[in-house]
Design a binder for this molecule. Structure first.
Ligand code: B4P
Length: 193
């Protein structure tokens, strides 16, 4: 099963995807984490994307598509994955469809976390105070929200149109409350394998 966890920055995608590993028994693949790992190690790719990440901009589609493809081909993703932060544009969604179709697979469900902008802003500013992520500052957060509205939100219609289940879950409230809402909502999703 391929699940996409979808939502604006700070909506809890990474937080909830991590909690779902046990329930769904497939790995959590976060493109943000993959990119940050490259920058921390200082690989050529990491050096190439460091300033883009810090500015809160999206890295180029072709580049992230290669990163995702390599990760999805790893043995632990053979039975599926929880994708977090990918796809973030309609071209990325098309590339994912093609990649999965070449292996007889598809996106089985999209889990869309619904959180208002004031709440995500507060969460990201709180994280900025606790951790030191280069993109958790007011300027980069504003850019991430702008890109979400303009480039990422249309991805939901890309999936709704052909009938992929898009499950909208209220992402406000504490982490465990949101997790329980998701677990309940996923019970209605047919399993393909
Ligand atoms: P991501 O790593 O995906 O960053 P994010 O959108 O902020 O989400 P994240 O998963 O970290 O945070 P979460 O909402 O769980 O992307 C970072 C950057 O990488 C992008 O800006 C872009 O540059 C690049 N990138 C990644 N994928 C890309 C792609 N496909 N194409 C192009 N570029 C790409 O949590 C946020 C905070 O809220 C945390 O502190 C958490 O503890 C807290 N929180 C979560 N749930 C909560 C709750 N219920 N209550 C209170 N706090 C909560």
């Amino acid at each position: 099963m391929i699940y996409v966890v979808f939502g604006p920055p700070g909506s809890g995608k990474g937080t909830q995807a991590e909690l779902l590993i046990g329930a769904l028994d497939v790995p959590h693949i976060s493109t943000g984490d993959l990119l940050r790992a490259e920058t921390e190690v200082g690989t050529p790719l990491g050096r190439q994307v460091a300033s883009t990440l810090a500015a809160g901009e999206l890295v180029p589609d072709e580049l992230i598509e290669r990163v995702l493809e390599r990760r999805l081909r790893a043995p632990d993703a053979r039975l599926g994955a929880i994708l977090d932060g990918y796809p973030r544009t309609v071209p990325q969604a098309r590339a994912l469809d093609d990649l999965l179709a070449s292996a007889g697979r598809r996106v089985d469900a999209v889990l869309a976390l619904d959180v208002d902008e004031r709440t995500v802003l507060n969460r990201l500013l709180r994280r900025a105070a606790e951790q030191r992520r280069a993109d958790d500052n007011p300027t980069s957060i504003a850019e991430r929200l702008r890109e979400y509205r303009q480039l990422t939100a249309p991805v939901l219609d890309h999936y709704r149109a052909p009938g992929v289940p898009v499950i909208e879950v209220d992402g406000t409230g504490d982490v465990e409350t949101v997790h329980q809402r998701i677990v309940t909502a996923l019970k209605g999703v047919p399993r393909s394998s």
